[in-house]
Design a protein around this ligand. Sequence first.
Ligand code: NCD
Length: 299
Amino acid sequence: MNKYSLLSINDLSTHDIMEILHDARVFNISQQDWHLPMHNALAANLFFEPSTRTHYSFESAEYQLGCSVADFNSASSSVTKGETLYDTAKTFEAIGYKVLVIRHPQDEYFKELEDISIPIINAGDGKGNHPTQCLLDLYTMYDEFGTFEGLNVLICGDIAHSRVAASNKDALERLGANVRFCGPKEFEREGFEMSDIDESIGWADVVMMLRIQRERGATLGEMSDEEYLHQYGLDHRRYAMMKENAIIMHPAPVNRGVEIASDLVECGKSRIFKQMENGVLVRKAVIKRAFGYKPFRED
Ligand code: NCD
C-alpha cells in the first residue's frame, strides 16, 4: 500500500489532521489556483455506490488542482463481466493513473488492494470509514469554534450503519472533543454509548444529524416519517432547546422531514451546505498530499 493512501481517519495522527485542515484553509484564502506541478496528472474516481457530493467534490478538487479525471461508471465497466475490484484498480494503475479515489459497499474493501502501489483515497467503505467526510466535518467545526478541546458534539440517528459516525468518533475523541450519540435502539452500535436526545440537545455545540441508511438494511418497521422526526429527529421543539451558538451539521443526502425538519436544513444555525463547500477544500488538500507534496506550512 502506498504511504500516502488515506483509508481510515486513524491513518492520520492528530498532527497530520491539523496539517490537512491548515492546507484546506490555505486553499480557501489563496486567490490563485494551485496546480500540481505535474500538470494533467491522472486521477480516477471509482464509485461502486451512489454518490453526489463526495464524487463530484473530489472531481471538482481534482480539476482545480489541474488533474485529468477519469469518471468511471461501474455499470458500464468490466465489473459487469465479473472483474474483481483488485483487477479494476490494477488496470487503472497499469494504464497510467496516479491516484485512485474509491467508494465501495464492502467494509474494508481496501484490504484486497494491498498490492496496488499508487495512493488510494477511501471515499467510503460500507459502514466502516469515510475519512474525507470526517476531515470536512472537522474543518467545519474548527472554522466555527477554533478548537476541538472540550467541544460537545452530538451525533444523532442511524449510528449502526454510519461510517460518518464511526470516523468522527475516532477523530473527535483523539482531538479532545466530547462526543455523544443518540438514536433508536435499533440503530445502536457496539462501542458507542447512547444518550437521550432531549437530555443532550442543550449540551451540544454541534448537532450532527444522520440519514437512515436503508440501503444497508436499516429499518424501523412501520414507523412513519413524522413519528421518526418527532421521536428522534431535529424538529422545532428540539431546535428551540439548542444553545445560542450551536450549529447543525449533516453529511447529506438529507431526507427532509425525516431526521430533520425541512425548513431547518437552511436555517441560520445550519452549516449543511457550508460542509459541502469545505469538502472541496479538504479534498484538494488530501489529493495534494497523495501526490507527495509537503504541507504548505513547511514549504
Ligand atoms: C454519507 C455517506 O455516503 O456515508 N454521505 C456523504 O458522503 N456525503 C452519509 C450518507 O450517505 O447518509
